[in-house]
Design a protein. Structure first.
Length: 299
């Protein structure tokens, strides 16, 4: 699957690579990112891993995600600034804010918490772009088909209901100013809710009739799975799994770790910290490796 890209050379097939991986492989990659962000306590290692993850999110989300990423970084900055003000643990006092000491250990711990939170938000943004509702249906459908269909249908109805509500408000706004002012009162809002509920029930009845005409539920039905486990998915899962296991082994050997209590260790990087950092960077950049591999195969 792909589209023709005529900008570089004629009839060059440009494929998605990472976007075409099996949903299970992509989900395992996201869970590994979350594990990596929660198991790392060294602020320098966390910061560098967060920057590389930020690059991956921008690569797949595009520039439109910059405003969203800046908005999600505000809570992380709030956590970084709030922790030194609320926690007085530590032995190295940097300065006093009134009668409250600001310790170096509290600053480092707030930095760790803020970056971990920011990386978690980045992982969910990447998973949102990678796992579409059809992929979620493919993952959950094997465990509970009814529950998966219910979740996907509910997620699909939310934007539809929102668009219907916006169109209703636009129609009322084009009418007289009296009807537009009436919408801002409780009685007007109740009328809007009643109209939208009636519209939703009518659409549900029409959908039920269409399903009944097509014989839905009258007998056994075949299933269709658009996602097939390929060799690329196997290689991807094995390579990312080995990188994650190696990273966790380094973490268990005090790699990418920094003791903050009772006194903070020197903020430096040892050889094992650098090894864990390199392993984590390779793990985060695995989607680009999948893209490059597919481009070479197509050439």
């Amino acid at each position: 699957m792909g589209v023709y890209d005529r900008s570089s050379r004629p009839f060059f097939l440009k494929t998605g690579g990472y976007q075409e991986l099996h949903p299970v492989a992509v989900l395992c990659y996201g869970l590994g990112l979350l594990t990596m962000s929660f198991s790392t306590s060294h602020p320098i290692v966390l910061s560098l891993l967060g920057l590389f993850l930020f690059f991956i999110v921008i690569f797949y989300h595009g520039r439109r995600s910059l405003s969203l990423l800046l908005a999600t970084s505000i809570p992380a900055i709030f956590i970084i600034l709030l922790n030194p003000l609320t926690s007085q643990r530590g032995t190295v006092v940097l300065f006093y804010l009134g009668d409250r000491p600001i310790t170096w250990e509290a600053v480092l711990y707030g930095l760790r918490m803020g970056i971990s939170f920011w990386m978690t938000v980045l992982v969910f943004l990447l998973m949102t772009a990678s796992l579409t509702p059809s992929k979620w249906l493919s993952i959950i459908g094997k465990l509970s088909p009814t529950f998966a269909m219910l979740i996907v249908s509910a997620l699909r109805l939310i934007p539809l209901y929102k668009n219907e509500l916006l169109s209703f408000y636009k129609v009322q706004k084009t009418k007289s100013s009296t009807s537009w002012r009436r919408l801002h009162h409780r009685s007007g809002q109740l009328q809007v809710f009643t109209a939208m509920a009636q519209h939703a029930l009518e659409k549900a009845i029409v959908m039920a009739d269409a399903m009944n005409v097509r014989g839905y539920g009258s007998g056994p039905r075949t299933s269709y799975n658009p996602y097939i486990w390929k060799k690329l998915d196997l290689y991807w899962t094995l390579s990312t799994g080995l990188l994650l296991l190696f990273y966790l082994a380094l973490v268990l050997s005090d790699g990418a770790q920094l003791t903050l209590s009772p006194a903070a260790e020197p903020l430096s990087l040892s050889f094992i910290d650098l090894s864990a950092l390199a392993c984590g960077i390779f793990y985060i950049l695995c989607p680009l490796a999948a893209e490059r591999r597919l481009w070479q195969c197509l050439r």
